[in-house]
Design a protein. Structure first.
Ligand code: HMG
Length: 445
């Protein structure tokens, strides 16, 4: 049976940036180090007046399809994963299809379209749906277009405001993929949680500190479930480990816990035992609290070992290279982490063909999903065609006053009239409202 997976990927960032150290920190009266060192973020991407989840998704898909020589008749399915949808009935994928039909010959009437929701994990769920559709023999040789797109805004002055972001990732899922093939092994950690939710509201209600605990707990369950499914999670088995990245500091916390779990009982644990001892085992403690204290002490020492530092620099650090400049893109976040890791590896001329990535997705509410992917021979060529560095470089740098206005422009409850801060060029733009309250889009040459 042919491999199925990601044949191509394209990333589209919002065209504005909020510099967290230079612009946001002084306005908040905070030390810039809180954002740059504590959270690990330098800037947030935000959409200009004429950008939204549809334009970013359609612009990413357009460039991807042109690059890969894909026509509308080649696409059998379009799934959009988002938690920023503006319609409870008509899916965002229909708007994206309408955009693509403006620039490509033919139409997408034959394509099955839908929308996926489960906070940030829904982008990965949409990849799964595409995989299953192809593997079930229902694709008739056509490809699936999966788009993860979000405008991740928080209420002004919410602690989450520093982690905002906006952008889209478009992925083509197909047989004999160029980038990475999926495996059938998956691990889940899923529970009914109320840490981050949007009950019929645009901006999330968030219990930030709790959301971090829930992230770690569900990731741990997903890893254990993956092992139960038969995966060998020895840390040296993976060339890259892209995580859902709400901010790089969150990934740092998760990575050391994951490493501790995966080295238990392995040669690595034995090798560093002289330096920091063996991991505490619960059966050696009468008191649960004493066990947890000992575990924390071991984890702190583990984070200081050369073995951990080398593993982190090789497998995790490269995946954070885009996130730190753009913030949290919710559904797209783990997919920019995968792309960033591969991009850094290509720039370092690492030979990753045939090697494994362990992809750790997460969505609040809450569910983690972890699976392995195998890197395919075409990966470096495909990834070298990304234009994300240039896009990040060319963003318009907002003053704090402009940021406040832009936040209002995208706030569904605020009435603001603001001229665009950038000029559209060869892209889809939001072009006003139709007679039934629908959003309208045009392609600007
Ligand atoms: P906060 O409470 O304002 O920040 O918001 P803090 O005071 O905890 O500081 C952050 C870190 O900076 C801390 O590091 C500080 O010590 C450090 P830590 O102790 O945790 O290691 N710090 C400094 N470091 C250096 N120099 C300084 C300095 N000052 C402080 N001067 C919080 C933090 C994450 C709670 C907030 O941003 C938030 O609420 N974010 C939104 C929720 C979130 O991102 N949760 C992450 C897990 S849930 C998830 O990933 C799902 C999500 O993507 C949604 C979805 O699935 O749809 C969010």
């Amino acid at each position: 049976m042919n491999e199925v997976g990601i044949d191509g990927v394209e990333i589209r960032t919002g065209k504005l940036q909020l510099d967290l150290a230079e612009t946001f920190a002084p306005a908040q009266g905070e030390d810039p180090g809180k954002y740059t060192k504590g959270l690990g973020l330098r800037a947030s991407s935000l959409p200009d007046v004429y950008e939204d989840i549809v334009t970013m998704g359609a612009n990413a898909a357009h460039r991807l399809m042109e690059r890969k020589g894909v026509d509308l008749e080649d696409i059998g399915r379009i799934d959009v994963a988002t938690e920023s949808a503006f319609d409870k009935s008509k899916p965002v994928s229909t708007y994206v299809a309408g955009c693509l039909e403006q620039v490509f010959a033919g139409d997408l009437h034959h394509a099955n379209k839908g929308e996926r929701k489960f906070a940030c994990v829904s982008g990965t769920q949409a990849l799964d749906d595409a995989f299953n559709w192809i593997r079930a023999g229902r694709s008739r040789g056509r490809k699936a277009l999966v788009i993860a797109t979000d405008t991740a805004l928080y209420e002004r002055d919410d602690p989450g405001e520093a982690t905002q972001g906006a952008g889209a990732v478009a992925m083509l899922i197909d047989e004999d993929p160029d980038v990475a093939s999926f495996s059938t092994l998956q691990g889940y950690g899923s529970a009914d949680e109320t840490d981050f939710l949007k009950p019929n509201q645009q901006f999330p209600s968030v219990d930030g500190k709790r959301s971090m605990q829930v992230y770690l707990a569900r990731m741990r369950e997903a890893l254990e479930d993956l092992e139960t499914a038969g995966a060998d999670t020895h840390p040296d088995n993976f060339a890259l480990i892209p995580f859902h990245t709400p901010f790089p500091g969150m990934v740092k916390k998760a990575a050391v816990l994951g490493y501790r779990h995966c080295i238990r009982g392995t040669d690595i644990e034995a090798e560093i035992a002289d330096e920091i001892g063996r991991q505490p085992r619960p059966e050696a403690f009468d008191d649960g609290e004493a066990y947890l204290d000992a575990l924390k002490e071991y984890t702190d020492k583990l984070a200081e070992t050369t073995q951990y530092a080398e593993w982190y620099e090789r497998t995790v650090a490269p995946t954070l290279g885009i996130s730190e400049h753009v913030g949290n893109w919710y559904t797209g976040s783990v997919h920019i982490a995968r792309a960033a890791g591969l991009k850094a590896a290509a720039e370092d001329a690492r030979d990753l063909t045939g090697q494994q990535m362990l992809v750790a997705s997460y969505g609040s509410g809450a569910q983690a999903e972890i699976h392995a992917e195998t890197i395919q021979p075409g990966w470096a060529d495909e990834i070298s065609q990304l234009s994300i560095d240039e896009q990040i470089q060319n963003r318009y740098d907002l003053s704090f006053e402009e940021y406040e206005q832009i936040h209002d422009v995208h706030n569904h409850d605020a009435e603001t009239d603001l001229e665009p801060l950038t000029t559209p060029d060869g892209e889809f733009v939001f072009d006003g409202w139709g007679r039934m309250g629908e959003r309208k889009y045009t392609y600007v040459e």
